[in-house]
Design a protein around this ligand. Sequence first.
Ligand SMILES: [Zn+2]
Length: 435
Amino acid sequence: MFAEHRSVRSWPAVVVALLAVALVPAAPAVGRADPVQEEMSATERVVAGLEESPVHVDPSYASAFPEELAQETGRRITDSGVPLRVLAVPLIEGGDWNGQADLMAAAVHDRIGGEGHYLVLDGERLSGHDFSTGSTTQVSRAFYASQAVSMGMGDDAPVAERVERAVDVALSDDPEGAYTAADEQRDPGALDWYHSLGPGTYVLFTVLPWILAGLALLGLGVALFRWRRPRRLPSLPQHAAFDNANQARRDELAAKAGRELVEVGERVSGAVPVADDPGAVEALHQALDAHAAARQVYDVLPAEGALVDIVGVLVLLDAAEDHVDRAIRPAGRRRSTPVRSHCYANPLHGTGTRMTRWREFGGRGDVTVPLCAPCAGAVRDRRRPVVLPAHHRGREVPYYEVPAAESVWAATGYGTLREDLVDRILRGDHEVGPR
Ligand SMILES: [Zn+2]
């Protein structure tokens, strides 16, 4: 019933060693502020934090999980003698630990060893990971605690309260009992009507028709949805359509951007706008501007290739392609070829997007932005979608969290928040700010 598996394992030494090698990320390239701090890997930073206190809260979660509470929780854990650790760390796919809580817990635990129980808070998601020493059977405290809290409090309760409660359960004498109790009490009443019905014939004659009617309605709804759903238009190539943008693909993406810069350039310069149509001429101008902006960003790509900039080039090329397409179509058909919107969370997800309200974690307020289906689903479930990472002052953050004054991508959401992305680049906004 639960998607989450029990991550109770005693890791064979070889696997742990391999993981340790694979998981130690390269030190951030920026090395000015504090050389010792900068040279530590993300795992080492977390481990160093845990040496001070069993509760490690990333600075970006300071408002959701205040320092005082972290200290108080740390004291309770230390006093209990249970090797429980709490990690509140933002996880980003393609970033450290590939954005996976279980990989982070494994990497951290590998440095510490022994029995260990980890409650990991990532955005609004709380998960539990347990490691035993192999010789004895130990209670999966963290797993039971995170599950009991999810079932008991739901995912809407404030994160600080959920972590507190999870720590209570994990430190208790019987975490498994708390989990079982939460499972049994979940959604009380959901089955009461069923038990209260009594004899089978009663059930058959009163409930069955309703179930059948419900199923029929559901079928009708699905059919209606299919019928009303707009047919997919034959789509233009999506230069920015990838689902995955980890660091290993950077060179590949940069090479692709270079190739397509040339191809789209040829297409734009060879395009003939519809005769006597100011709208078509205007569209071609926009295509030329978008291509010039892409060229401008591409020409100053840093040697190691900043992912945010490579993505910017690809997004601008998609825009150029859309404008050309509009320029060569008769005015009547131009309406059916809008300029596509990329996924705001990560433009590499492509342009199959819908406007979606997103309540970001950390109290940044609501935004209504185009999101791809998986990201929209994540937002609906109050999970953080797989966002595009950016390097900012030696740390990895979602690209849109870089101050707008320092990133034209953050300022415009790659053109989804504001329409003046191309203008901003052409007037030189892209070159400002440290990375
Ligand atoms: Zn997306």
